[in-house]
Design a protein around this ligand. Structure first.
Ligand SMILES: [Zn+2]
Length: 284
């Protein structure tokens, strides 16, 4: 039995149809992400949905690395971003004009950007335009415009927890039979209510939707909040700025202070850290 108060990702499949599904529940990891920011509630909700979608899609990662989903928008709320790696580690941010915090979140004239960054190998980025709706509609636009396996998403967030449900067609030669099964299975999923997706455990949800099908449920994997920032990464970035420029900045301000945008971790570098930042200068 899976409990919905956990942070987990669970795959299921249908014995009679080449379709797989994923269900994601984000509780503690979602709280960890939003408590680091003071986003207005409607931004938390949209970010929760995007995080749930990112968790669902991370189930299909076939490499070590990172998947990033961005929704770029022209209004006061300019960016929603969620990231996941192959170990189910998630983080996310929103960028918006703090002077207009209550501005409506509209997905008109936006872009969905999906980036895959394997630790080894080629980075891939796909960009599609989105035309209103919500996070699930933006993702479905993306999947229908790009050469991906047909996929459908149902996402919910109440500001405290987020959950997502995905269906994806698997490659098969029996096209016509597939279409019937796909239509039936997605039609049933369209009857999910937000409170069911957020509140029912996975067995109960799948039974409620597909009690006439044979559904196979696979072991769940954990999701958690994790930020990839580190003092070492920042030191590398400062090193790239160059010795001269950093020395001048330190002379002006005394310290260089950086806050990680994702987790709000504060890092500080001072005069004493120059040997750590520029070890090659120690030789002179
Ligand atoms: Zn961080």
């Amino acid at each position: 039995m899976t409990t919905t108060s956990a942070d987990l990702l669970q795959r299921f499949s249908f014995d009679a149809a080449p379709i797989r599904g994923e269900i994601a529940h984000l509780n503690e990891c979602f709280s960890e992400i939003i408590r680091r920011h003071q986003y207005p509630q409607h931004i938390n909700v949209a970010l929760g949905e995007l995080l749930a979608a990112t968790a669902l899609m991370s189930a299909t990662l076939k490499f070590k690395g990172r998947l990033t989903l961005q929704i770029r928008l022209p209004g006061h709320i300019s960016l929603l971003q969620a990231e996941a790696d192959e170990q189910g580690q998630l983080r996310g941010i929103a960028r918006y004009d703090a002077d207009q915090p209550d501005d409506q979140l509209s997905f008109e004239d936006g872009q969905m950007v999906i980036t895959l960054e394997p630790e080894q190998g080629q980075r891939y980025q796909g960009i599609t335009s989105i035309h209103g709706g919500n996070v699930a509609a933006a993702l479905e636009d993306y999947f229908s415009q790009s050469e991906q396996l047909p996929s459908r998403f149902w996402l919910s967030c109440d500001g405290q927890q987020a959950a997502g449900f995905m269906l994806q067609q698997l490659p098969s030669e029996q096209k016509e039979i597939d279409q019937d099964a796909w239509d039936r299975v997605s039609h049933l999923a369209s009857t999910i209510k937000d409170e069911e997706l957020l509140g029912l455990d996975n067995e109960a949800l799948l039974h409620r939707l597909y009690h006439e099908e044979t559904v196979r449920l696979y072991p769940a994997t954990a999701l958690r909040f994790f930020c990839t920032c580190s003092r070492q990464r920042l030191a590398t970035a400062l090193h790239q700025v160059g010795h001269q420029a950093i020395v001048e900045m330190l002379q002006e301000t005394g310290t260089i202070d950086v806050n990680c945008e994702f987790c709000q971790q504060h890092y500080q570098f001072g005069q004493d850290d120059l040997p750590e930042l520029f070890p090659e200068n120690n030789l002179h």
